[in-house]
Design a protein around this ligand. Structure first.
Ligand code: F3S
Length: 117
C-alpha cells in the first residue's frame, strides 16, 4: 500500500505535503506533485494536510481516478520498466517531466467536479 496524489493537485501544487513528509518521497513535477510508490512509508501525514484533498491511500482511490495509481510512479520509471530511487526530493531539484496524461489533463474549470469519496 502507498499514498497517491490525484488530479486536484494539478496546477495547484500547494506543496504543504512536502513539508510534513518525513522521508521526502513527494516529488515536484511540472503540473503536479507525485508520491514515489516505494519510498513512501504510508504515514499519511500528507493526506491529512493537503488543502485541496488530493491525496488518498491507493486502496481508497475511486475507479474514476484509477489512472493516478500508475501515473504517480511514471515519472520515476526507467527504460527497463522499473522504478528509479531518487532517494528524496529537495526544493532545489528541477521538476520531473509530467507523464503525457498529466501534460494533456484539462485545466481547472474544464474538468467536471469529482465525486466525493
Ligand atoms: Fe498537491 Fe496538495 Fe501536496 S495540492 S503539492 S498534494 S499539499
Amino acid at each position: 500500500m502507498t499514498l497517491v496524489i490525484l488530479s486536484p493537485c494539478i496546477d495547484v501544487k500547494d506543496g504543504t505535503c512536502t513539508e510534513v513528509c518525513p522521508v521526502d518521497c513527494i516529488y515536484e513535477g511540472e503540473r503536479m506533485f507525485y508520491i514515489h510508490p516505494t519510498e513512501c512509508i504510508e504515514c499519511s501525514l500528507c493526506e491529512s494536510i493537503c488543502p485541496v484533498d488530493a491525496i488518498r491511500y491507493d486502496d481508497e482511490v475511486s475507479p474514476a481516478d484509477a489512472q493516478f495509481l500508475k501515473l504517480n510512479g511514471d515519472p520515476f520509471r526507467n527504460a527497463e520498466g522499473g522504478l528509479d530511487q531518487p532517494g528524496g526530493w529537495s526544493r532545489s531539484d528541477a521538476p520531473l517531466k509530467d507523464p503525457a496524461a498529466i501534460r494533456d489533463f484539462p485545466a481547472a474549470g474544464q474538468v467536471p467536479p469529482r465525486a466525493s469519496r
